[in-house]
Design a protein around this ligand. Sequence first.
Ligand code: AMP
Length: 402
Amino acid sequence: MTATTATRVLVLNSGSSSVKYQLLDMADGARLAVGLVERIGETSSRLAHTPAGGARREREAPIADHEAALKAVANELASDGLGLDSPGLAAIGHRVVHGGQKFTAPTVIDDAVLAEIERLVPVAPLHNPANLTGIKTAQTLNPDLPQVAVFDTAFHTTMPEHAARYAIDTETADEHRVRRYGFHGTSHAYVSRKTAELLDKDPSEVNVIVLHLGNGASASAVAGGRCVDTSMGLTPLEGLVMGTRSGDIDPAVIFHLSRVAGKSIDEIDTLLNKRSGLIGLCGDNDMREIVRRIDEGDERAKLAFDIYIHRLKKYIGAYSAVLGTVDAVAFTAGIGENSAPVREAAVTGLEELGLALDAELNAVRSDQARVISPQYARVAVAVVPTDEELEIAAQAYALVSP
Ligand code: AMP
């Protein structure tokens, strides 16, 4: 009898009050289970678990902390014969939001790596602590299992210094590690590579603008498979208009709100991160609802949509200039994959840049990567569904497989 090779990877995305997870088999890319624990630490915690080919199971019971959450996840997996101690499990891949300048690739976690992720907490106070808790808890549940950190920032570490550095005093920037790091890197990496595949090219042969338009949104300029610029910065606040974040503003708005409106720094932080963007502009951050309201003649929704599109076009133009030549513009994430009106509005008027849309192809709903521009267009416009979990699993597996 031959020993079975461990080919499964559990992907964990630990947020401050939630844990999302997927179990993938890298032998064939099959998704064996997907699930989510929400409202950790509250009385109304909820776990939803769906095994492949099985019915969704939901449990509502208080889950006090991340340790209890991961134990509950491990129990669900074990009841399907896929527990954390099963021999087929090769690794746990953790999404870690901030890897700073040091982590340029996925990394097997040891004490030194944990200490470095901890050292980055000041630049990612909302995310890295939760990611660390997820890692430490997973380690206690199976100390022998390799744990791999896959960083949201890693893909962007190839940015040249002139794109990554802000034009502020160099000593201050260096002392406090203030620079453009960029986020959603796993998605930008996956989507730019898939776009090259769609064009039947090697990633090294194409320049791609990736528009990751979810509730958070970011753009990146990818030249020959390497990121050369991205719209998010020190934090995920910069760049495009998002569901609840402002994206780019004049930094002096903050001084103004402090000095003239008497708001505290924390209040302004909350305003720009949670009560701005689409929700701040029109009260909704779901693009479906915004488009529905526009169809009913709602002017606030229309203005929010127009501001969103205007910013998007500015980034497409800017990144066309950064790249010099563009082979493809790829739309991805919740809005990018699903909203034909957003794609149409973003591309309309950019014919001089070589962009055009085929209205019929744009209207097709599909979960497959596809080109939606006409044959004659100089730049291919594509819809490329992102799959951050698959990319995290693949990167983790590549590091630990024999
Ligand atoms: P994500 O963060 O990638 O999960 O994207 C979430 C966002 O995608 C939601 O807030 C919606 O605005 C948007 N979205 C999801 N489905 C659709 C759809 N069918 N049409 C338009 N927007 C959608």
